[in-house]
Design a protein around this ligand. Structure first.
Ligand code: ATP
Length: 417
């Protein structure tokens, strides 16, 4: 791309808000003082060239990023967390930059070698060209120079711009997925997000050898990739694509496909007062129709947190047990459901449209007796298990329509005392 066209995109406040532009110029000026060529790379350049707003600022310098970070902190404030083995630093930005996220990664251009498939790479400082060659796909392997006279120059040694123009996702070398099979998820994400295509020879590299390495990846790394898929608008299509490429089966043979009929429910945001976290919702919908032992097996494989495990397990159990609840009284529904995470109940409601669940979510869970523990004390009752029993009995009476106003509640209380 011509320098002036790149600069036009770079200066477009709709693509890079002015606060980010200020930050980038300050970093570039500081890098120039240190004689360090400084580049924006990766998703930043990709999205800029696509004319889309950039999200993360990926900054790479040819030189010591930690040294640059120290200078930036001296000059602008904030805090630096250096990571010496990787020659990187995280700069916690001072509030004057007024930016979210408020941290920035500063990276030294580096070369990476993989000693073992799927292991983390060994890193050595190197040139920007090498740094671009360690990346996942050509569309992510471009750099835009930020410092001094070079400002606006694009580096594109792997022809990322051509692939970007043709909507093609192309790995940089034939062993890319064997080195790091998380790149398979990344390919699926870019394909779905931008309606791109995975190039045919790249697609062929998602082969049994690469899937075998994928099989050996830790649950934590896999879940991170799946989390990122659930964050995407096209999550459903990406999950279906992952299944069709054999990726889900490689993680675990019991891994089900994502049920297409449930896809719309990913879009549900806060309704009925329930905060619906998209990732948790994704996993609940994905595993909702599995038997308990498989839910637990897969949750362990993906290293779910206890909270996520509970939400997913509860949703599957509730859906399975729903026929037993249908003829129950509202109080019985309520006491059964109260033990479960709200989000799980919400997810099962979305899928089944079971009226009892809706009544619970919108009404029953808020119903309380008017009488309180204090009232009982005032009436001379000594606090103990009987307290709870009475209050529960009164609440059930409200829930089941046995009492409908305060005076009926008082009459019932009188009978109970
Ligand atoms: P997104 O918009 O999904 O965040 P991104 O390109 O910003 O895309 P990041 O995960 O933030 O993605 O990574 C930044 C850059 O680092 C990528 O553009 C790519 O060049 C490189 N990268 C990230 N993960 C890998 C990987 N597993 N293998 C090789 N390069 C990677």
């Amino acid at each position: 791309m011509q320098k002036d066209e790149a600069l036009r995109l770079f200066r477009d406040p709709d693509l890079i808000p002015s606060e980010k532009q200020t930050l980038l110029s300050n970093i570039a000026a500081q890098a120039a003082d240190l004689n360090m060529p400084c580049y924006a790379v990766g998703g930043f350049v990709r999205d800029l060239l696509l004319g889309k707003p950039v999200n993360d600022l990926d900054i790479v310098v040819e030189g010591d990023a930690i040294q640059l970070g120290k200078k930036l902190v001296e000059r602008f404030g904030g805090k630096l967390t250096p990571h010496f083995p990787f020659h990187t630093a995280i700069w916690r930005l001072p509030s004057t930059f007024n930016l979210q996220p408020s941290t920035l990664d500063l990276i030294s251009a580096r070369k990476e070698t993989y000693e073992k498939p799927g292991a983390l790479p060994t890193v050595t400082p190197s040139t920007i060209e090498d740094d671009l060659r360690r990346r996942d796909f050509t569309i992510n392997a471009m750099a835009l120079r930020l410092d001094g006279e070079g400002l606006g120059e694009t580096l594109d040694p792997l022809k990322g711009q051509t692939d970007l123009g043709q909507g093609m996702i192309r790995a940089l070398h034939p062993k890319s997925f064997v080195d790091d099979p998380t790149r398979i998820f990344r390919a699926i994400r870019y394909e779905g997000r931008y309606s791109f295509q995975i190039d045919s020879s790249t697609l062929e590299q998602i082969n049994p050898e690469a899937l075998k390495v994928l099989h050996s990846l830790s649950g934590e790394r896999l879940r991170h990739e799946l989390d990122l898929i659930f964050d995407e608008d096209q999550a459903e299509n990406m999950m279906l694509r992952a299944a069709s490429l054999g990726v889900l089966g490689a993680i675990h043979p019991k891994m089900p496909e994502f049920n297409r009929d449930y896809a719309d429910f990913l879009e549900m945001d806060a309704r009925l007062d329930v905060q619906a976290d998209r990732r948790t919702m994704g996993y609940m919908l994905w595993f909702m129709d599995l038997p308990e032992d498989e839910v637990i097996l897969l949750a362990n494989r993906l290293d779910f947190t206890n909270e996520l495990m509970l939400a997913v397990w509860a949703a599957a159990q509730l859906k399975r047990g729903l026929p037993h609840l249908t003829d129950m009284k509202p109080s019985e529904w309520t006491y059964a459901l109260e033990k479960l995470p709200l989000l799980s109940i919400y997810a099962v409601y979305l899928v089944t449209r079971e009226n009892g669940l809706l009544r619970y979510l919108s009404v029953w869970r808020h119903v309380r007796a008017r009488t309180t523990g204090d009232d009982l004390k005032k009436r001379g009752l000594i606090p103990g298990p009987r307290f709870g029993e009475i209050l529960l009995r009164l609440r059930s009476a409200w829930l089941d329509g046995e009492v409908n106003n305060e005076s009926e509640e008082k009459d019932l209380l009188a009978k109970l005392l």
